[in-house]
Design a protein. Sequence first.
Length: 106
Amino acid sequence: MSGGTKRQKEMRKALRALLPRVPMHDAEAILTIALAGHLRHLPPTISLWQATTSHIRHELTEYDALLDEGYDRDSARFFVLETMNEILRDWGCNREVTNAAEDEVS
């Protein structure tokens, strides 16, 4: 995770500040999402937060399974909220997801 464009360098620096203990494989996945073209217009911190919450929600919680079981989006988000915040705390993040209906990337 070295070199790259100015934006990539800014993203890596912002990621280390936001999630100092994030595992490398999760950091790489989050950076991939954050660097996607549709997030290019956003500042690195906002792009990373959206990418982080999306990655955690879809890859590390039961969110998609809840949707498959018939829960609506807001209900599924409610049920995974605490798990998301536990992961964020484990990764050293000082920020939490406070609203189950918070915007996400996908």
